[in-house]
Design a protein around this ligand. Structure first.
Ligand code: CTP
Length: 401
């Protein structure tokens, strides 16, 4: 993919170096077009070395190749990061007094900008009006985030992290192979209360399930994300996504109810949540104390198997995908267990990953295998939870035919 990264004159320009690196590592051809001001923050040699392409700021360089329009014409995606208040104003007005300006006018590719500025400048009516104008023209506005700013102050104005910018900008040109498909994805871990302050829970962060929901939505699906105790920071992108609706749940019973409701008109059900297999037989009305008597054991009752129930009641053509978190002795045992689990639950696909003290949970990366009806391994993927999510949707998409 041919990507132009415009860099404008803000301190966050140094973060754009990482953005360019990420895009190149992902296999894209990147041309960097800094503004003159941007070069006061990060110099030309850095951009040339990192992008492995010549870099200029002016429309008067390389005139024979009509560079001032050629870059825009050839671009398949344009990202401006950071986008200062000044550049946003210039874009809204259609000014073209440098190479980035002419490129932005010459391109028909999707354009994404990652604003970065102080809160006052971001909230100024002039900037907000310019942002509205750009949004109406179809420019994707990525962020800004709230957080600490350069002067030690904090508020909205901080540029999104490079990973988020890359992911969301690339989503603009992603294949829309799931357009209009209704899907339901569960994420997180249930908590089974013991008393008003204590619960039995698990370490699932909800990152993999949320990544699955976002990947599907970026590919055009309408997603219901049934979340059990997923942190607000993990859910932030899903909250903003127009194709994702989030339902918050707590216990296995609540999650089961929400899944059954959402499954009624879903074509695909993905059960990524870690569900408690047992719950305390009794839930105390008040906090259990030492004075209320010693607690040496907790009587448990079994929760229903939600995904097995959904699979048993699935309507024709509906695809049910379960997960398996395993701590096996070796790779063969992991696959054998996963195959047995898929048969027991009668699901179409089962995604197995290894969990342990130091793997699976809470981390940003994962490694999974997807097992199909014959027990065959249909796919193996490792890397970011988002990359894995896309791989899983590739398998589901092929299954949908
Ligand atoms: N699951 C479910 N309802 C439960 C328990 C699990 O729907 N009460 C789902 C999970 O969401 C996951 C799959 O079943 O998609 C497998 O979960 P896992 O915890 O690996 O397996 P269990 O069925 O609990 O079996 P075991 O604990 O014996 O490994």
């Amino acid at each position: 993919m041919n990507i132009v990264v415009g860099v404008t004159g803000g301190i966050a320009a140094y973060k754009a170096v990482h953005l360019v690196r990420l895009l190149i590592k992902d296999g894209h051809e990147v041309t960097v077009i800094p503004t003159e001001d941007a070069l006061r923050f990060v110099g030309l040699p850095t951009w040339e070395a990192i992008s492995r392409h010549p870099v200029t700021t002016s429309v008067h360089d390389d005139v024979a190749k009509v560079r001032h329009v050629a870059l825009g014409q050839a671009a398949e995606l344009v990202i401006v990061a950071p986008a200062t208040a000044n550049t946003i104003a210039k874009m809204a007005a259609g000014l073209a007094d440098d190479l980035l300006g002419t490129t932005l006018l010459a391109t028909t590719a999707p354009v994404a900008i990652a604003p970065a500025m102080h809160t006052e400048m971001w909230l100024h009516p002039a900037t907000q009006a310019n942002i509205d104008t750009l949004r109406e023209r179809g420019v994707a506005i990525l962020g800004p985030a709230e957080g600490e700013l350069t002067g030690g102050d904090s508020g909205p104005g901080r540029m999104l992290e490079s990973e988020q910018i890359a992911e969301r900008a690339l989503a603009l040109i992603a294949e829309r192979d799931l357009d209009g498909l209704r899907v339901v994805v569960s994420a997180g871990g249930t908590r089974e209360p013991l008393d008003p302050v204590r619960f039995l829970g698990n370490r699932s962060s909800g990152r993999q399930g949320t990544a699955l929901a976002l990947a599907a939505a970026d590919r055009g699906a309408e997603v219901v994300l049934v979340a059990a105790h997923v942190d607000g920071a993990v859910l932030a992108d899903a909250v903003r996504h127009p194709l994702v609706r989030i339902e918050h749940t707590g216990t296995a019973a609540e999650l089961g109810d929400a899944m059954r409701r959402a499954a009624e008109d879903a074509a695909v059900i993905v059960m990524a949540a870690a569900v408690a297999d047992y719950r305390p037989a009794e839930v105390a009305d008040a906090k259990l104390t030492k004075e209320s008597g010693p607690l040496e054991s907790i009587e448990l009752v079994q929760n229903e198997d939600i995904v097995a129930g959904l699979a048993a009641r699935r309507h024709p053509g509906q695809i049910v995908v379960a997960f398996a978190a395993e701590s096996p002795q070796d790779a063969d045992e992991m696959l054998a267990r996963a195959r047995r689990k898929r048969e027991r639950k009668r699901v179409d696909l089962l995604v197995v990953n290894e969990v342990g003290w130091d793997r699976g949970f809470e981390s940003a990366t994962n490694a999974v295998q997807v097992i199909g009806e014959s027990g065959a391994v249909l796919s193996r993927a490792s890397g970011s939870k988002r990359a894995i999510a896309d791989d899983i949707w590739d398998v589901i998409s092929a299954h949908l035919g």
